[in-house]
Design a binder for this molecule. Structure first.
Ligand SMILES: C[S@@+](CC[C@H](N)C(=O)[O-])C[C@H]1O[C@@H](n2cnc3c(N)ncnc32)[C@H](O)[C@@H]1O
Length: 260
């Protein structure tokens, strides 16, 4: 899907590769900067626990979960902590630099990481023998996928989750909310970008962060994408503290049940 050699796909692919390079350059300081963001880790943990609490369990079988856009493994840690050390978790990310940070951490035996674009999810699932996952987690991923590819990626995520399984998507959504957009802009330009200079992170990725969130789907647009993909039982939560009304988690179920 992502590898098609059309003029449009080439330019989208080039943008994806450039973004992965930017994340490579940010990888060294990524964990440090997230530690300075009050609520970042709590929000990941809360979303991962909410996802796992909804998953129907198969008797005597460990949970199988995707962590899409797993980055340096912070979201993977939240998923593993929620799902248990016997869970099988496949973290996928486009950035080699972020993945090398993730791989350097200590993980239970069922955790693996793969470098790939989310747009290639069906190929990755085939290559890695992941079928019928119980759930998928994607924190801060979809905004980084070009808008014209988001419906396809949401549909691919649905296809990787078994009937009755759930997905959790977490990200910043401020579109159509004036106060949330203003708070987001002040936090990014007044705190995040100066901090990224102080800790010698990669300031350009944080300018991109600001812009990509301002341009990101509104919650209404994301809900429509989930509905177009056939998800049901769509539930929203927002965060506490400065992220209230800015950071959102949406949980959605793939309809159906597996034959007994
Ligand atoms: C802001 S980080 C979030 C990492 C992790 N989920 C967390 O919560 O800490 C976003 C990650 O998405 C990855 N990413 C961006 N676009 C992607 C794509 N199209 N496919 C796969 N990964 C992508 C980046 O490389 C980056 O590691």
């Amino acid at each position: 899907m992502f590898r098609k050699r059309t003029a449009v796909a080439d330019s989208v692919e080039a943008r994806g590769a450039r973004l992965a390079d930017e994340f490579d350059r940010a990888a060294d300081r990524y964990d440090l900067l997230t530690r300075l963001n009050p609520g970042y880790h709590d929000a990941l943990r809360t979303a991962a626990r909410a996802l796992v609490s909804l998953l129907p369990r198969r008797p005597d079988e460990p949970l199988v979960l995707w962590d899409l856009g797993c980055g340096s493994g912070l979201s993977t840690r939240a998923v593993v902590d929620a799902a248990g050390a016997d869970a099988r978790v496949l973290g996928l990310d486009a950035s080699a630099g972020m993945l090398s940070r993730a791989r350097a951490k200590s993980w239970p035996a069922g955790v693996r990481f793969v470098q790939a674009f989310a747009q290639s999810l069906p190929d990755v699932a085939r290559e890695h023998g992941v079928r019928d996952a119980d759930g998928a987690f994607a924190a801060y991923l979809l905004r980084n996928v070009p808008a014209e590819q988001r419906d396809d990626v949401v549909a691919a995520i649905r296809d990787q989750v078994r009937p009755g399984g759930w997905v959790a998507l977490q990200d910043y959504h401020v579109k159509d909310r004036r106060v949330a957009t203003a708070v987001w802009t002040v936090v990014c330009w007044g705190v995040v970008m100066p901090l990224s200079v102080v800790v010698r992170g990669n300031p350009s990725i944080y300018r991109y962060l600001w812009r990509s969130v301002v341009d990101n789907d509104s919650t209404t647009q994301l809900r429509a994408r989930l509905e177009r993909a056939g998800f049901t039982d769509i539930r929203w939560r927002t965060a506490t503290g400065w992220q209230r009304g800015i950071l959102h988690t949406v949980l959605a179920r793939r309809p159906g049940t597996e034959p007994a």
